[in-house]
Ligand binder design. Sequence first.
Ligand SMILES: C[S@@+](CC[C@H](N)C(=O)[O-])C[C@H]1O[C@@H](n2cnc3c(N)ncnc32)[C@H](O)[C@@H]1O
Length: 204
Amino acid sequence: MRAHRVFAAVYDRMAASAERHVLGERRQRLLGGLTGRVLDVGAGTGVNLDHVRGADELVLAEPDPAMRAKLHRKLDRAHVPVRVSEAAAEALPFEDASFDAVVCSLVLCTVTDPARALAEARRVLRPGGTLVLLEHVRGTGGQARWQDRVTPLWKRLGAGCHPNRNTRAAVENAGFTLTRVDETLIGPRWVPVSPLLEATARPS
Ligand SMILES: C[S@@+](CC[C@H](N)C(=O)[O-])C[C@H]1O[C@@H](n2cnc3c(N)ncnc32)[C@H](O)[C@@H]1O
């Protein structure tokens, strides 16, 4: 994958207010209780490091070299043993059923092939394991049409981010059952990265 240097350089500063007001508490709720082996797909600059506290091991998979460089600089914040991988979500170099939890936070909007990424997440999750989702998703009606219109420009500015993906349907189509779902508008309807889906799912 090519390095998105500017995106990586500004990501933490750009997201700081959203982390404080919207995302941080959700990450805490979703990640604070995870145990066993945990895989963070598209780990970015390592924002989830602060929140995973009970795992035996946290594997951080991040294919973008610029984001990975930022991530490496944050590893001393980890509360649990960590390992960094260059793997893309669509081709995870891990054994079947080798993780207790797979985390996708703000990443299924960006991966090249969400269906393949979710199939890989399902493959590496043990039976009864947990898929953790914190994703901005497609709205409804006029909001969805607006998201479709802004997606070409948004993708260019946001390192490949699609605001118009129906991630909840993709998760269900990939053979997961949602076990906890909260979908909330996090701003006015013209904000492309709203609604926000906070959910957990299990392989069906
Ligand atoms: C918006 S950032 C989110 C980072 C982090 N998960 C978070 O919650 O802050 C999206 C991340 O997905 C990564 N990404 C893009 N395509 C990917 C792929 N095919 N497989 C895995 N990660 C990917 C990007 O490099 C970037 O780090």
